[in-house]
Write a protein that binds this ligand. Structure first.
Ligand code: COA
Length: 261
């Protein structure tokens, strides 16, 4: 993935603090081995998530360190970073059912949690949005920049022990929706030529190989494929993603609540 975007804005641009530009909540329910449904969701990355995100980054891109400066990235108005979470401590059938039945949240995860708290009493959930330290495990993260009409995915990674559970795909769906919300026309990325798993996911979501950057990765001089979507606002692309979301829901038993603002 792109660790140095050639078209990156100057560091001055990175210092502009704009928050709350992208908040997405997507809930996913699936069966774990013990048949307990677990809510998975995607939300905007927060500063307090950074330590956990760095753990995932080191695991996923060990040879590409130093990592991005996430503190700065979160304050970068051109960037959007999300985390995928699993609400481990809230893993009771009653809680999941309450979340499932709740209306799509209007003001983010805090609203959803406060509704659930009302249902179960104040002791069930903490008096703040859950963080990695309490209710939730951060299972992955992704980020992109919007430069003119192009969203460029800078990172996408799932914690190793959670891979193959649809989390990468959930994050990619979120990135596509958020990029569309930010008026990007296309989405691009670089991917190692050897990274067949990631390429498979991108190809399924309509990314095409449009170029090769020779020796792009400085650790081993590996080449990168450049992959790009067609217009994400085109009827064909939107229909394609809609179908993929249906397939995803059928596969993972997903009930989705999404909010973008
Ligand atoms: C790429 C990555 C983000 C995918 O995350 P994930 O949570 O495992 O993805 P999903 O569970 O949604 O699976 C996506 C696809 O990958 C496949 N897949 C996942 N793990 C796999 C594995 N170990 N072997 C083969 N296929 C695998 C899934 O079957 C699925 O394929 P499908 O779309 O044909 O069904 C994850 O492998 C990762 O973090 N890799 C390291 C970092 C990285 O390379 N990031 C991409 C940089 S461009």
């Amino acid at each position: 993935m792109a660790r140095g975007i050639s078209a990156a804005p100057s560091p001055r641009c990175l210092a502009v603090p704009v928050r709350g530009k992208c908040a997405t909540i997507i809930h996913k329910y699936e069966s774990l081995p013990e048949n307990k449904p677990v809510p998975d969701y995607v939300r905007r990355m927060r500063h307090e998530d950074i330590d956990r995100v760095l753990e995932i980054d080191r695991e996923a891109f060990p040879t590409e360190w130093p990592p991005p400066n996430f503190e700065r990235e979160l304050d970068n108005r051109l960037a959007c970073y999300i985390v995928a979470c699993r609400a481990e401590a809230g893993n009771t059938p009653e809680l999941v059912e309450a979340i499932r039945k709740s209306d799509p949240p209007e003001k983010g995860f805090a609203v959803l949690i406060s509704r659930v708290r009302k249902l179960f009493g104040n002791n069930r959930l903490p008096n703040k949005e859950p963080s990695a330290q309490d209710d939730e495990v951060i299972t992955g993260f992704a980020g992109f920049w919007v430069l003119v009409d192009e969203a460029h995915i800078t990172s996408i990674a799932t914690r190793e022990t959670y891979r193959g559970q649809g989390i990468g795909e959930l994050m990619l769906q979120s990135v596509i929706d958020l990029a569309a919300g930010r008026k990007a026309r296309i989405i691009t990325l670089e991917v190692r030529v050897s990274n067949i798993v990631a390429q498979g996911l991108y190809t399924r979501y309509g990314f095409n190989q449009v170029g090769l950057r020779r020796g792009y990765y400085t650790d081993n001089r590996e080449d990168a494929f450049v992959m790009t979507t067609d217009s994400i606002h085109s009827a064909a692309f939107r229909a394609h993603v809609r179908e993929l979301k249906k397939t995803y829901q059928a596969k993972w038993g997903v009930d989705r609540h999404q909010l973008t603002h």
